[in-house]
Ligand binder design. Sequence first.
Ligand SMILES: [Zn+2]
Length: 394
Amino acid sequence: MACVFQRDGAAHRLPRRVATLVAAAADHSRGQLMSTPDVASARAAAEALQNGGFVVLAESNDDGAEGNLMLAAQFATPAAVNVLAANANGLVRLCLTDERCQTLGLSAHAVDEREWQPTAPISLREVAGTGASAEDRARTIQGAIDPSRQRDDFAQSGYVFPLRARPEGVLRRAGRTEAAVDLARLAGCLPAAAMSLVMNEDGSVAHGQELAAFASTHGYPLVTVADVIALRRLSEKLVERVTSARLPTDHGEFVAVGFRETLTGAHHIALVCGEVEGGDDVLVRVHAECMGGDVFHSVACTCARDLQHSLDAIAAEGRGVVVYLVAGDRGPVRLTRHEEADAGAAQMAEYGIGAQILAELGLTSIRLLSNHPRTLTGLDGFGLRVTGFVPIGD
Ligand SMILES: [Zn+2]
């Protein structure tokens, strides 16, 4: 890689990073965004958690968004667990860091790192009853976050259902598990949260306005995953630009910009065409590495075709970015046929890394090259707005 990315003096022509989130927020206030990530909401939620209060954590501001009632796990008293259980027809989740899950011997069922990661339920062995009562569950939760407790103290059965959060939290995966743990940490509490899904009285899952009404009725702060991302992003940066080089290709002229993840050391590449900083509707492809397709041009998946056509489309438009996410330690090398050829867009949302790279390049308004349009939650926390999807042609 070193030979490709020699510095060539072109760096001064590269777009500068968006100065601050404040600048992005100013754009939003001019009506560019339907929903604005709200750092103030995240701060209010953190303050409530710090005081042992409940918070409603929504996946987004969308009408179809679900949400959880949560509190910092260290404040999960029997009375608080009773509130959580009553709200969700009984099921109480415990969001734990990856490190704590490992200590407790809890492995997630899901193989796919992008999915949420429930583990086996747990119960503190020394509780006298079945483990089902609010008191028993509160004791199990307190045990699970007590550093002096080890895996042998727990049975892997019971009524407390842990969820594993990714090591880098909501900046790695824009999910509620990660947001809950991050918010507890940001509140100065132990990085763990007890939560339950917000339900309507008729037993259906509450969405959108129903969530907002629930929060309002009970006086709970309402916070979204994007709000939590915005708060973290104010003080943290998970990717850094390490090098750049001119890259003339069969498709056209690009500047290859190398990025490094500060926590994992993984390297990724952005191929930038034209002036993209601050532009409207910049054409973007987020491509997940597929060695079989990208390097050997396997026809068992559409990766090679998608990548080549994306480069063509961006070069033809004279402006755009291909973010090439290297698999690194996030999964096996993709050589065999795989169903989700278009995983890049999903990765941008769920790993957050692709979104940070785009934000670092100064992008704010993007059209995504993808044959699988989908709702991408949490991106507004990175100051990014998806204005449309562009199919990748044959
Ligand atoms: Zn492939």
